[in-house]
Design a protein around this ligand. Structure first.
Ligand code: MIC
Ligand code: SF4
Length: 645
């Protein structure tokens, strides 16, 4: 039987397990990436492994999230990251060089290689034919140490593309069509593999946009074949030598099929407050817009911004719209500066924002109270923009740009605008000035630790009797932004004690105090949750900080892949209800006990949780690998590794 691209790359990197959907597999990781907000903790954990040097092919440390630098914290983080990179053989991408996924695609992405990154949008690399997966910082630290990455072997859904996009319809509209079909839950341990004659009509940045937002469906990753378009992209960045053709065998078998005729795709929008709440732009057209933000790792390539410049050319934005544009990388910024696109933007009234995550993570450019914000990024969770009651719509750069001009949500295909042709890029060597490549063996480098750089917290071993209370009961689709808010709190990422004060702040600002009081009295905390708990970011802080507050278990209807792995890495039991009715029966404040916890976790059978308050037992599933059971018993992955050393 033939193989698709996913299984070809996995097979060539398999170090353990059977390549069969549902089995645990271990995969050799060629490249790693981190960004600053997850990177400090990842490198502190890497340091604690005691290795002098990375052991994978390439590790890159990007600084793109915390670039606002109000106060000393972010700058301290950058110094630590730069020095630890120099000391351990890691490439450092300085602040200003751009957003990790965009820059990695341009400068380091190689078809057929594996990449894990401590950021959920790492699958962007699938656009260039990589198997690129988002993971927690500890998993990335271990991959840098040469430890294979353990995952559940995914099933692969074929997304077959035919036809060609019409003018003013875009890759964003394709992935929003995918999201409308698959939704944001229930797609764990799945890969979306794109095939069909429509693939060749899409550029690499377009493919990358599609792979980037597959993360919103909760899939392990998404991938495109590597073809002549890939070769041209690599050539334009002076890296034709990195090209390798990669395509599915003609008799490749998949676990499902979804077909999209690109010529029928229309402008789409993800409406508040979920990337899965997708409608046609024509259905919401006419709604007054207060703010438009163009950029993020999803839609900030040269082609995206060239099109925006062409739409804005010679026109002025509506007087009640504030338009912000953040180029995805310094390379894109240089290109739009030299070809005149930037001037078109400025003359229309746009504000040019830093080449960083910025508005996407609520770090600046928050909308006004109750404002309508149109954004080209990938997440519109409630409050993520920094304004709790803002209404954020996710759209293509084309829809964003025309709406900034008209002042209302506008379908860009309805204006009779002339077609825009993005000029072919001349081949040129990438400008590496803002990378710092490791110079020596690093032994002489002093690692700089300012006051913002803490210690990775210590986890305690699993207790045999877990006495806890339900400290919080929440509903469906609790995102990591609910658990560990970013925005104004992002600067505390390197200081677990401080950051822990904000656990669940958007849901229940008193949670952290309540949980810490229980912990100090020797009572454990349990979170009860609905479907898709922990969706969104890869931030392991959504496990580390609850662990620090004494959270012992999450009891949910379902838990998302990266978050579930992070919970295991930090010794929190990720339990799912055997009988969904038990979720309804449980109340906040109920006292729960798990007896013989160690034996129960070892056994692989359902876990019995006694509800002392309600006077009944609940059966919970613990769907984890054998390795994860060991981690849970030892009190987390680092303890397990230390025991093995
Ligand atoms: C995000 O888009 O939510 C982030 C911020 O990039 C996160 C990483 C983080 O929380 O630091 C992600 O996507 O993993
Ligand atoms: Fe940055 Fe936003 Fe992309 Fe996350 S989704 S990496 S915050 S641009």
């Amino acid at each position: 039987m033939g193989l698709g691209v996913t299984y070809k790359v996995l097979a060539s990197h398999l170090t353990g397990g059977k390549l069969e959907a549902g089995c645990s597999i271990d995969v050799k990781i060629d490249q790693t990436l981190t960004q600053d907000a997850t990177g400090t903790m990842a490198y502190l954990q890497f340091e604690s492994l005691g290795l002098d040097h990375i052991r994978n092919e390439l590790a890159v440390s990007y600084v793109d999230h915390n670039t606002v630098q109000v106060g000393f914290e972010n700058a301290d983080d950058h110094c630590y990251l730069q020095s630890v990179a120099a000391s351990k053989g890691i490439v450092y991408s300085r602040p200003g060089n751009g957003i990790c996924h965009q820059v990695h695609l341009e400068r380091f992405g190689i078809p057929g290689k594996t990449l894990i990154g401590s950021d959920s949008h790492t699958p962007t690399g699938g656009g260039i034919g990589m198997i690129a997966i988002g993971a927690g910082g500890l998993d990335v630290a271990l991959a840098m140490a040469g430890v294979p990455f353990s995952i559940i072997c995914p099933k692969v859904i074929e997304i077959r593309l035919t036809g060609k996009l019409r003018s003013f319809c875009s890759a964003k509209d394709v992935i929003l069509t995918v999201l409308q079909h698959f939704g944001v839950k229930g797609n764990v341990n799945t890969v979306f593999e794109y095939t069909g004659p429509g693939v060749k009509s899409l550029s690499i940045p377009e493919r990358a946009t599609i792979c980037n937002m597959g993360a919103e469906c909760g899939v392990t990753t998404s991938v495109f074949p590597s073809d002549e378009i890939t070769r041209e992209f690599l050539k334009s960045n002076g890296r034709e030598g990195d090209y390798k053709a990669l395509s599915a065998d003609s008799d490749a078998k998949y676990d499902g099929l979804f077909e999209i005729d690109l010529s029928k795709v229309v402008p789409m929008a993800a409406c508040p407050h979920s990337p899965g709440n997708v409608k046609k732009v024509s259905e919401i057209a006419g709604l007054k817009v207060n703010q438009v933000a163009i950029g993020s790792c999803t839609n900030s390539s040269y082609a995206d911004l060239y099109i925006v410049g062409a739409i804005l050319d010679g026109k002025t934005i509506s007087e009640h719209v504030s338009l912000g544009i953040a180029p995805g990388s310094r390379d894109v910024l240089r290109k739009i500066t030299s070809d005149g696109t930037m001037l078109k933007m400025l003359d229309s009234g746009a504000r040019i924002l830093e080449s960083a995550c910025g508005f996407c993570i609520g770090n600046h450019f928050s909308p006004k109270s109750n404002g309508v914000s149109l954004r080209t990024n990938n997440r519109n969770f409630e409050g993520r923009s920094g304004t709790k009651d803002a209404q954020v719509y996710l759209v293509s750069p084309q829809t964003a740009a025309v709406s900034a001009l008209t002042g209302v949500i506008t379908d860009p295909t309805t204006l009779g605008l002339p077609e825009i042709h993005v000029p072919q890029q001349k081949a040129s060597k990438y400008d590496d000035k803002m990378f710092i490549f490791p110079k020596s063996d690093g032994k002489d480098v002093e690692i700089v630790r300012g006051p913002n750089i803490g210690e990775p917290p210590k986890c305690t071993k699993l207790e045999d009797e877990i006495r806890s209370v339900v400290t919080l009961k929440v509903g469906d689709k609790i995102t990591t932004d609910h658990i560990m808010p970013a925005g104004a709190r992002l600067k505390y990422r390197s200081n677990i004690k401080k950051y822990s004060q904000y656990v669940f702040e958007p849901v229940d600002p008193e949670f952290s105090k309540r949980a810490a009081e229980n912990r100090d009295k020797g009572i454990g905390n349990i979170i009860v949750a609905g479907q898709s708990y922990g969706q969104g970011s890869s931030r392991e802080h959504a496990a580390i900080c609850p662990m620090y507050l004494g959270v012992k278990a999450v009891m949910a209807l379902s838990i998302e892949r990266i978050h579930q792995a992070n919970l295991c890495n930090f010794g929190i039991l990720p339990l799912t209800f055997s009988d969904e009715k038990d979720y309804e029966k449980l109340n906040q404040g109920d006292e729960l006990v798990i007896e013989n916890a160690i034996e129960q976790v070892k056994s692989g059978k359902d876990i019995t949780v006694k509800n002392i308050t309600g006077g009944y037992d609940i059966q919970m599933k613990l769907h984890v690998s054998a390795l994860q059971r060991q981690m849970l018993i030892c009190g987390g992955r680092l303890n397990l590794i230390r025991e093995a050393l």
